[in-house]
Ligand binder design. Sequence first.
Ligand SMILES: O=P(O)(O)OP(=O)(O)OP(=O)(O)OC[C@H]1O[C@@H](n2cnc3c(O)ncnc32)[C@H](O)[C@@H]1O
Ligand SMILES: [Mg+2]
Length: 196
Amino acid sequence: MKIILATGNKGKIDEFKKLLPNEEVFTFKEIIGDYEVEEDKDSFKGNAVKKAQEIYEKIGSKDAIVISDDSGITVPALNNEPGIYSARYAGTNATDKENNSKLISKLKEKNLKETEAYYTACIAIVYKGYTYTVHGWMYGKVIDKEIGENGFGYDPMFIPNGFDKTLGNLPYEVKKEFSHRSKALKLAKKVLDIIL
Ligand SMILES: O=P(O)(O)OP(=O)(O)OP(=O)(O)OC[C@H]1O[C@@H](n2cnc3c(O)ncnc32)[C@H](O)[C@@H]1O
Ligand SMILES: [Mg+2]
């Protein structure tokens, strides 16, 4: 099966390729080149649907299978920040490092060394003009420092429930077992089984 990922995030692309080892996975940039979808919706689902539909339209082939991912980390003790703004927490085009620094300073402002947090992923599939969405979550806590180099984004600050290390210090094989993206993709595969 040929799947086109409507994402520009290298960390996500690497994970999707590992989660779909038996499929032909392309990024939209390999097909239509650089293109930016404005993420102006107020939910993960809204933005995931927008990204997948806009890229599907741009590709212009009815039979294309386009998959997008809108995701982020939510910290209840920080009024649910950064949530859908995770990619631009420290400003437009902020790097992972800058976003992590902003989250660290917000935690320090509240004297929180660690606090409950969770990741959400909404995956949207567009095929034959129809759109399908699924969600996945991963629960744990964030700490006020970065530890480890594995993963991407907020992973060096996130300790999943049941572990005492950050995802920065855990191998991908562990994250893969219960990540928000893995869970959502498991459901997405079921949708594909039904619609294809
Ligand atoms: O929109 P696309 O092109 O897919 O790429 P993006 O990086 O902008 O992606 P989002 O808009 O969905 O924003 C997701 C943010 O949440 C972070 N994030 C999502 N999943 C993550 C994960 O598994 N581990 C660490 N950080 C994650 C990620 O680093 C981004 O800052
Ligand atoms: Mg984005």
